[in-house]
Design a protein around this ligand. Structure first.
Ligand SMILES: [Zn+2]
Length: 372
């Protein structure tokens, strides 16, 4: 029984297949992820097939056109198996199914990391995931927008604040939203983009305790839920401590989206309870390293609400959070979230991103109990 017959393979458009100096050796360069690997071919027929591989012929047609022996057919099957696994080739029939799919570019992106036949199921896992966004203002509105643009459908938005004129410079709200609950304004924004696609649960509350957060979430727990802290009231530290507690109880990953303080974008850590340093481990590490000026900046902001801020700086923090979310849900060994145990600062003036890494704290009240 043949493994392939009607499959019409092509080399993915982002991959180049080039001869190397050493005879018989060829490089596959995956330009989108800047990675390459080499293969040696003793039979030049395979090289000819790969050079012409544009999806116009099925596997059976390739066998006929190149008059492959049984042995060569088996070899070609094995070669395709390797190239599929390494995201070099794809079946053009599957790609054609996406031609009118609004998320086809996202799927093509995912196809750089998972074999083409797994792209659709991987995509479903992403789109069916559930983002709980706490605080949907300057950073949260961008986070929701970025996740929605990747196709994530399910949102729980927690914020009791109303849209005000002075929010418009750094969020995605418009003048028509002024006076409306931020959560409802975002719900409207999403339904304008793709009616009936998104499921938004709006919770018009300020986050006061982990008990409340747990009770809000525990009956509506989607298998792939990620908490994202974009709330800065009364402080990021305060809300992060609440979210940390709920995340450990419910065993959910969470991302501290950071914030924008004066002329810095703060890029927060990604945390998986009992696997990575948690909020308290990182806070302890920051105290030890005396890099607490971030906290100092927060205190200044609380006292002087009229400090400047900029949408591009808010969007940088949000963009990191949304990228981390995707990596968390994808859960691929070659694509781990980059912000485990890390905190970064992007400096507007220098355009430098400085990232500090923190270790687990051996006396952490959360991580030290029940550490595997
Ligand atoms: Zn900890």
């Amino acid at each position: 029984m043949k493994k392939f017959s009607e499959e019409s393979f092509r080399i993915r458009p982002s991959v180049s297949f080039v001869p190397l100096q050493q005879d018989g050796y060829y490089q596959f360069f995956l330009s989108d992820i800047r990675q390459s690997f080499n293969l040696a071919f003793s039979d030049k027929k395979y090289v000819k097939i790969l050079t012409e591989l544009d999806g116009s012929l099925s596997f059976l047609q390739l066998e006929n056109k190149f008059s492959l022996t049984d042995q060569q057919s088996l070899g070609l099957e094995r070669l395709f198996e390797i190239l599929i696994e390494r995201c070099v080739v794809e079946d053009i029939r599957i790609v054609a199914l996406r031609s009118s799919d609004p998320f086809r570019r996202v799927k093509t992106f995912i196809g750089s990391y998972v074999p083409y036949h797994d792209v659709e199921s991987t995509w479903k896992r992403i789109s069916n995931s559930h983002a709980v966004v706490i605080g949907v203002g300057g950073i949260g509105s961008w986070v929701v927008s970025l996740l929605a643009q990747m196709g994530i459908k399910n949102f729980t938005l927690i914020d009791d604040d109303l849209v005000k004129l002075h929010n418009l410079n750094r969020s995605l709200f418009t003048k028509q939203d002024i006076g409306s609950l931020k959560t409802l304004a975002i719900d409207r924004m999403l339904s304008t983009r793709k009616k009936g696609y998104y499921a938004v649960t709006s919770i018009a509350e300020k986050l006061h305790s982990s008990t409340r957060l747990i009770s809000l979430l525990k009956d509506n727990l989607h298998p792939q839920t990620v908490l994202i802290n974009c709330a800065d009231y009364p402080s990021v530290a305060n809300t992060s401590a609440i979210i940390n507690d709920a995340a450990f109880t419910l065993n959910l990953p969470y991302i501290i989206a950071g914030g924008y303080n004066m002329h810095l974008s703060l890029v927060g850590p990604t945390i998986i309870p009992r696997q990575t340093p948690c909020f308290h481990c990182i806070s302890y590490g920051m105290d030890q390293l005396k890099v607490a000026e971030i906290e100092g900046a927060e205190r200044v902001v609380k006292e002087h609400r009229n400090l400047g801020n900029l949408a591009p700086l808010a969007a940088i923090s949000a963009s990191f959070a949304a990228n981390e979310y995707l990596k968390l849900i994808l859960d691929l060994p070659q694509l781990k979230p980059t912000m485990f145990g890390k905190r970064g600062e992007f400096n507007f003036l220098t355009k430098k991103l400085t990232v500090e890494e923190y270790m687990p704290w051996d006396k952490c009240p959360y991580c030290s109990r029940g550490m595997p």
